[in-house]
Design a protein around this ligand. Structure first.
Ligand SMILES: Nc1ncnc2c1ncn2[C@@H]1O[C@H](COP(=O)(O)OP(=O)(O)O)[C@@H](O)[C@H]1O
Ligand SMILES: [Mg+2]
Length: 474
């Protein structure tokens, strides 16, 4: 008896499997009773074995844009078309064509209505999107096609566009037109979004954030500094077209540095509010591994601002002489944006020293570095009045200023919150010397040393906050 070696055995098994599949497919197609499959093959005018499938995967947060694009396509090419779906969606499937094929085998998958899910399109706005559905339409050249939209949120990380047609060119033309619409209609455009990372869903997570509307009076910085920043972020953008024509580059990088609590984040929020038409992408530390993707998004949705807060934190894991790979990835990504792109990188850091070497090694990324220092005397006086809000300040502001030497702006803000609370408790409206002395004594007490340190109010043994105000002079 001749023996079969394992290679031959595998080849034989493989051939038999193919023969079996072909026969099974022919038999099932001939006996096809699935209304789902019949609808698809009927529209395409071909048996399933002869159609072409073109797919495009999108991130889950791009699902809303995909839906808007598919709807725009349909309204142009077949305004009366209706989405259909399946009943019995517990069926396992890898792709829509796979689903249709299994519908033919197992009669249990019935033609039904599409399933919907909800996608965010703004801080307080959502829209219904198709979770699983198909629609019969036509390619721009009139060829019948079936378009499918599905969201495999439960299994994987993407929203899927499927185009099924008798020939590849038709399917591709449909996919391309939908993708063009998606770019135009993207609900992310002009929004502020935070780009994080969800461990649970192993999925980049995009959160929409309301755009702050701060006035220049809300941001207390040394004279001229806010204007310089605004000119760089907003002013350059205003002249984008003419600068491009003049061969000047638009891409810009700003670094705000200074101790915690001095208003770097506050300034960033102010700047975002001054460019309401721009798309802002806020990177979180967890999202940093996806910086390339975020930068690609910023490029696509220009004008845009990419914010990387506390950028020193992403440099943490470096040894003394080496820059962190993530920091390099960021610098590379910044460099990868063409000079004529209206993309602003806004970086903040509490520890500029740890960044300096990396930035000096790779010049050209940052074209404006601005210090955000603790407030000087006049600035503290402005902060006192700012955070008193609508309460009259009857206290001697000069004394408050003298007692708060060296503190940060966020310390002054917390001071005022407590002063207002003290006034409220006493049922008094105006803020008096007495309210201020009480609170300053409280905030400089030993039991508050951690709070004080956290607020940038200096620490023992040399508390920078004087224990109490001098008694009011007459
Ligand atoms: N320069 C400032 N002018 C006005 N308010 C400020 C300023 N700095 C800080 N604040 C207030 O303190 C809060 C915390 O400051 P933040 O901007 O987060 O500091 P940083 O980012 O520098 O650590 C801000 O939300 C703001 O309300
Ligand atoms: Mg900050």
């Amino acid at each position: 008896m001749t023996s079969i070696d394992s290679h031959d055995a595998r080849a034989l098994a493989e051939s038999l499997r193919r023969v079996y599949d072909a026969v099974a497919q022919r038999v099932t197609e001939e006996n096809a009773t699935s209304p789902l499959a019949a609808k698809v093959t009927g529209h395409l005018g071909r048996p399933l074995g002869e159609v072409v499938v073109v797919e495009e995967k999108y991130r889950l947060f791009e699902h809303a844009a995909l839906q808007l694009a598919a709807d725009r396509y349909l309204s142009a090419h077949s305004p009366d078309a209706e989405w259909f779906g399946i009943v019995g969606s517990d069926v396992r499937w890898e792709s829509l064509i796979n689903l249709i094929a299994s519908a033919m085998r197992a009669g249990s998958v019935l033609l039904g209505r599409p399933d919907y899910t909800v996608a965010s399109i703004g801080p307080d706005a959502t829209m219904d999107v198709i979770k699983l559905g198909m629609v019969c339409t036509h390619a721009p050249d009139g060829t019948p096609v079936v378009v499918g939209v599905s969201n495999r949120e439960d299994y994987s990380k993407y929203a899927l566009l499927t185009v099924i047609a008798a020939d590849r060119a038709a399917a591709t033309a449909v996919r391309e037109e939908i993708d063009r619409h998606r770019n135009e209609l993207d609900p992310l455009r002009g929004q502020v979004v935070s780009f994080g990372f969800s461990e649970h869903r192993e999925n980049e997570l995009l959160t929409f954030i309301p755009r702050a509307d701060l006035t220049p009076e809300d941001v207390v910085l040394p004279d001229g500094r806010l204007e310089a920043l605004e000119e760089h972020v907003v002013g350059i953008g205003r002249h984008a077209d003419r600068l491009r024509e003049a061969g000047q580059h638009l891409r810009r990088g700003l670094l705000l540095y200074g101790p915690p609590g001095t208003g770097k984040t506050h300034t960033v929020r102010y700047l975002l509010g001054r460019r309401p038409e721009s798309t802002a992408i806020l990177m979180t530390a967890e999202g940093m591994s996806k910086i390339d993707f975020a930068v690609a998004l910023a490029r696509r949705l220009q004008p845009s601002i990419v914010v990387i807060e506390d950028v020193d934190l992403i440099g943490e894991d470096r040894s003394q002489f080496e820059t962190s790979p993530l920091l390099f990835a960021l610098l590379d990504a910044m460099d990868g944006v063409a000079g004529d792109a209206d993309v602003t990188f806004l970086l903040t850091t509490n520890r500029v020293e740890t960044l300096e070497a990396a930035l000096v090694q790779r010049p050209g990324r940052i074209d404006l570095a601005v210090e955000v220092p603790p407030p000087d005397g006049p600035a503290r006086a402005r902060l006192v009045r700012l955070y008193a809000r609508n309460r009259p300040v009857e206290a001697d502001v000069d004394k408050v200023v003298a007692a708060t030497e060296g503190v940060t702006a966020s310390f002054v803000k917390e001071l005022l919150r407590r002063v207002v609370l003290t006034a409220l408790r006493r049922d008094e409206h105006a803020l008096t010397d007495d309210h201020f002395s009480t609170v300053l004594a409280q905030m400089s007490g030993d039991s508050e040393s951690l709070t004080r340190a956290l607020l940038g109010g200096g620490t023992a043994p040399q508390p920078r906050v004087k224990a109490r105000l001098e008694p009011p002079s007459c």
